[in-house]
Structures are given as structure tokens and as C-alpha cells.
Design a protein around this ligand. Sequence first.
Ligand SMILES: CC(C)(COP(=O)(O)OP(=O)(O)OC[C@H]1O[C@@H](n2cnc3c(N)ncnc32)[C@H](O)[C@@H]1OP(=O)(O)O)[C@@H](O)C(=O)NCCC(=O)NCCS
Length: 190
Amino acid sequence: MLSISNRYSQLQPKVMFGEKKKFPSGVHIRWMIRRDMPEVMRTERASFEHAWTEDDFLRCLRQRNCIGMVAEENDVVAGFMIYELHKTRLNVLNFAVHPGVRRMGVGGMLVAKLIYKLVSHHRQKITLAVRERNLAAQMFFRSQGFIATKLLRNYYEDSGEDAYLMEYRAPDYSELDDPRALVNRISKYV
Ligand SMILES: CC(C)(COP(=O)(O)OP(=O)(O)OC[C@H]1O[C@@H](n2cnc3c(N)ncnc32)[C@H](O)[C@@H]1OP(=O)(O)O)[C@@H](O)C(=O)NCCC(=O)NCCS
């Protein structure tokens, strides 16, 4: 069995001929399971100054409305997201891609999966809070169609930092001729 660091070095971007390295073909998104925790924790610690503990993940995932998903390539977890289901929206609580495989489209694939879930269940929006200083994440979510809608003052207990509330709004379903066509289009990527 390879060590986790060797396993990460196996992750390679898949560059399609004449295209940017988007939606790497070998990556797939699936439910997070208990066995993923060591690799999820590795990405978590490498990504955040104020990282969640394993207990934080488990406590969260025990809630009935809380979902964990991972992006996996060659049996290695490349990224993950934790989100809550609400009646009209999905709320992202945690989201990260391993530093060794960023800017390869993995984060975009996770968002595409979220949008697929949003549209296929006719919910209205995806929400999340991003630290004011986390410019990379703000740029990333903007590139995925999210907009900052509110400044949340002193949002984080750990540092007192402010956050931006960012939102992705679903299309107006009543204006779509056939909402299933949209779901089918997104499903190509997830
Ligand atoms: C934010 C994060 C999830 C992005 O994941 P990723 O897999 O690198 O994202 P993608 O490769 O799909 O990027 C898609 C686009 O987002 C934008 N983007 C991503 N990272 C960016 C950065 N560091 N700076 C500017 N734009 C960025 C770019 O437009 C990029 O397209 P391009 O590579 O063609 O320029 C990743 O950087 C990460 O895990 N950061 C640490 C954890 C974190 O901040 N999580 C969010 C908490 S709210």
C-alpha cells in the first residue's frame, strides 16, 4: 500500500487535446465514507489555518440534513465538500481541494455536482460564507457563478474575522422550457 503522500503524487491533471485542464476525466464525485477521513483530514489541515477536527466532521455528518462528498482520482481523495440540505437552499459548510491538485478543475467539478443537486431538486440557491481574507476562494466561487451578497461582521469565533455571504442562484425554473434539459447538461460533468 502506498503512503498518502505517494498516493497524491499519482494524481495527474488530464489535459484533453486542445483544451485547458478542465474537468479531469479520471475524477469522480461520490459520497464521503468513514474510510476517507485520513485523506479528508490531510486536505483539511493543508487548507485551513483554523482547521476542523475529525470530531467536527463526524458531528456534522451525523446530522440528518448534512452531506459529505469527495472528489476521487485513482482511489485518492483530491477534494471534498460538506453541505446542508435546507428546504429551498443548499448551504456549504466546508469545501477544499488538496494543494497538490489545485487549478485542475477539481473544485469546479464539486461545484458542478452541487448545482446538479440544486437544479434536480428545484431548490433556489446555494449559500456559503467565505473569510474576508480568503481571496482565492472568493475568486474561485465568483468564477463558478456565485456573487457576494452580504458582509457578515465578526462571523468567525476563532479569529473574529468578517465573512462574505456568497450565493449561487438557480435559474428561474418557470422560464425554462424543459428543466430536465438543464439537469442533463450539468450531469455530463458530475
Ligand atoms: C478554493 C479551492 C477549493 C479551488 O479549488 P480548485 O480545484 O483549485 O479550483 P478549480 O481548478 O476548479 O478553479 C476554477 C477557477 O477558479 C478560479 N480560481 C481557483 N483558484 C484560484 C486562485 N487561487 N486565485 C484566483 N482564481 C482562482 C480560476 O478562475 C479557476 O480557473 P483557471 O484555473 O482556469 O484560472 C481551493 O483553492 C482550496 O481548496 N482552497 C483552500 C480551501 C478553501 O479556501 N476553501 C473554501 C472555503 S469557503
